[in-house]
Design a protein around this ligand. Structure first.
Ligand code: SAH
Length: 394
């Protein structure tokens, strides 16, 4: 096995159980390794520390599979780690009841670069690192065995694969996809398009926050911005909203949203209005129309994929939050999110506070929101906490 020798002092992050070894920490590689091969990580004095997957094309030069330097990384190890991750969901009383659940959340589940989401009988994987790509067969076999699923579909078409020198890929990895795939999330049936939808087909991370939105919606006029396939909108209707206006710029997403509404005859469809529009424009139009809402959801896409985009992203967040606060009735609630890795919670809260001040409203945080329990945050990997939200009442 090749050996990755760290620069002096660079062993500290490994001791803190951080799984990433950046290019700047690497003194040298002894021996040859192809992308994804396992390397033995050693400190500058030659003490073995961990076993990791080699990613020569990425700034994250290696990702730790095991902090036990004796642990052999093979088919059986990967399958065991997959099974343990699935078992944590199965033993969780709330998660085990869900049709749609994230089974593997990358680094925080000990499997860097591996995402696996279960939608009923189908598992969708996304492999974004050279190491994950190399162990595809073991990951798929582990998931099939641990879940008894009928199909594993691979949605490795995320841009981050390019950083690893990997080609985008979208393909059936095992079994056969059912013709129509739907899940029930907290009483609401939703279509999941695993082949053409965003990410792996659905935004599972917002499950708990969609439920909370429903609980806050009774007799309220609700505005759902960046609605995708209507997850927040349908929970609001289920919670007894008086009216729900939903906005997204994607026609296909809105078409699926309409199908979702039709799949749920228990909901009063006459209370729902869908608008295909740019949210930045639509919020201004709603203001001009003199509209007001009791509950507004802002769940935009990642404005800042990395810290380098933080400035522009901050202006975009400020803009929509300012417009959102201005559209609230007295006592109204703004539920606002950022899923940008490049914008931390502290900065996000500052932006929202600035927006409230500029809108001339006094607001207080009534809920701090994050991703659901199937998106754990490894204590050694705080970067895993990408989704943050604030429910602010004026
Ligand atoms: N809240 C959704 C997920 C939102 S994902 C859920 O719970 O499922 C972000 C959505 O924003 C995507 O559907 C994308 O089509 C939409 N979007 C991106 N930029 C937009 C813009 N400027 N105006 C309106 N929608 C936009």
């Amino acid at each position: 096995m090749s050996e990755l020798i760290l620069k002096p002092g660079k062993e500290r992050s490994v001791f803190r159980r951080h799984p990433w070894i950046f290019a700047g920490s690497v003194e040298r590689l002894e021996g040859r390794a192809r992308p994804g091969d396992t390397v033995l990580v050693k400190d500058a004095d030659g003490r073995p520390l961990a076993r990791a997957a080699w990613s020569p094309n990425s700034q994250i030069r290696a990702r730790v599979w095991s902090f036990d330097p004796e642990q052999s990384i093979d088919h059986a190890f990967i399958k065991r780690t997959v099974a343990a991750s699935v078992a944590r969901r199965q033993s969780h009383p709330v998660l085990s009841q869900q049709d749609g659940v994230r089974l593997i959340h990358g680094e925080s589940d000990g499997l860097p670069g591996v995402i696996a989401d279960r939608y009923g009988p189908v598992v969708v994987i996304q492999l974004t690192s050279a190491g994950a790509d190399k162990w595809r067969d073991a990951i798929v076999a582990g998931l099939v065995q641990a879940t008894g699923c009928v199909a594993v579909y691979e949605r490795s078409d995320s841009d981050v694969r390019k950083l690893e020198g990997l080609e985008p890929l979208s393909q059936l990895a095992w079994g056969e996809l059912p013709a129509d795939l739907t899940i029930v999330e907290n009483g609401v049936r939703m279509v999941v398009d695993v082949v053409g939808g965003h990410k792996t087909g659905f935004y599972l991370d917002q499950r708990d926050n969609r439920l909370l939105t429903g609980q806050l919606s009774r007799d309220r006029d609700v505005l759902n911005c960046f609605c995708y396939t209507g997850g927040f909108s349908l929970q609001a209707l289920a919670g007894g909203a008086r009216s729900v206006i939903s906005i997204d710029s994607s026609g296909p997403a809105l078409a699926t949203a309409a199908r979702n509404l039709a799949l749920n005859p228990q909901l009063d469809a006459s209370r729902a209005e869908w608008r295909e529009d740019d949210v930045f424009q639509a919020l201004r139009s709603l203001k001009a129309e003199g509209r007001r809402f009791d509950l507004i959801v802002l769940d935009p896409p990642k404005f800042a994929p990395s810290a380098a985009h933080a400035d522009r992203a901050a202006r975009a967040y400020k803009d929509i939050n300012l417009l959102g606060f201005r559209l609230l009735n007295p006592g109204g609630i703004l539920m606002t999110y950022s899923c940008s890795g490049g914008i931390g919670l502290e900065l996000f809260q500052k932006i929202v506070a600035g927006a409230a001040a500029d809108a001339g409203v006094e607001a207080r945080i009534i809920h701090r929101l994050s991703a659901a329990a199937d998106h754990p945050i490894g204590l050694g990997v705080p970067e895993g906490e990408y989704l943050k939200g604030l429910a602010c009442q004026i």
